[in-house]
Write a protein that binds this ligand. Sequence first.
Ligand SMILES: Nc1ncnc2c1ncn2[C@@H]1O[C@H](COP(=O)(O)OP(=O)(O)OP(=O)(O)O)[C@@H](O)[C@H]1O
Ligand SMILES: [Mg+2]
Length: 321
Amino acid sequence: MSEVTHQQIAAFAADRINLPHADAVKHRSQVNGLRDRLASKIAADPGYGLIKSLHAGSVAKSTALKSVNDLDLAVYVKSAEAPADDAELVPWLADRLFEATTNMDRAQFEEQTHCVTVHYRSSGLDVDVVPVLYEGEPNDVGYLIKKRTGDRLKTSTRLHLDFIGSRRKTYGLEFLELIRLTKWWKRQIVVRVDPDFKFKSFMIELIWAHLADSGVSLSDYPKALEAFFEWIVRTGLEERVTFTDYTPASTFPARGSAPIEILDPVNPENNVAIRYDNAGRDKILDAAASAYDALTDARFATTKGRAVDDWQELLGPTFKG
Ligand SMILES: Nc1ncnc2c1ncn2[C@@H]1O[C@H](COP(=O)(O)OP(=O)(O)OP(=O)(O)O)[C@@H](O)[C@H]1O
Ligand SMILES: [Mg+2]
């Protein structure tokens, strides 16, 4: 009998990790306020240049942590009407957003390299508005602009929401909770050990989808987390992660040279892990190995103190068992 149980992990998540429902509702309504303004402007002005918007990030997917610090909005831009020069696109978008809103200063629309951050004066969080160049393709497939290179990246944030939603339907709320627990573990490392540690939320989500699809049971959190870290250690993240929800396996390109390949379910040419080099992968492997060791030690621990110490390695010192 393990000294730390599924119920204790579930209780900790409910208490410390999860974004309370009321906050999620508040955040969603903040994003929807901006979406409504854009929708009115789009309806009133055919030459406006924006087509629609989509709440895209973790708050929309129910994978956000309590510590969430931004909201994500994808705004579909008419390719033909947007400036062709990337350097002009973001300022252009900031002007369009400002135009659609009332009671806001232009200074609240901050131009970043590839998005516009909308700052709210009241309690609300910032909203990161990412432009999607749209040419009329079905399923909201459009083109994001890649950070650093400025290359076009074909994908659909709408289908990503559907993808996560379908796994949540099949595997239950445990699927979302395990994603949040894993994001929390990652955050503990960033906050307490290594500010440069990287493990992208979308990668964590896709790995959990892959494990659930492969038959890993999600019903017991300690066992499922052990399976997650065991998989990373065993494969060295060299095993490619793919999905056939939207494209058949025949469309997958040959395994390339990137250390990690986690293919976008919408566009298999897009490796979601493309920015991870060997050093970045090795950091994830090391962290996963430590977590796996702690969890196996916790499983065999004969005192609660020992088991709690082990779990604190993953969940931080506020976990008391
Ligand atoms: N490399 C990528 N390729 C295609 N789409 C991506 C990529 N990265 C992010 N996205 C899109 O952006 C969305 C947000 O993902 P991201 O990992 O940036 O953060 P998040 O889910 O909002 O989590 P959090 O902000 O809590 O870390 C994803 O659901 C996906 O639709
Ligand atoms: Mg986000």
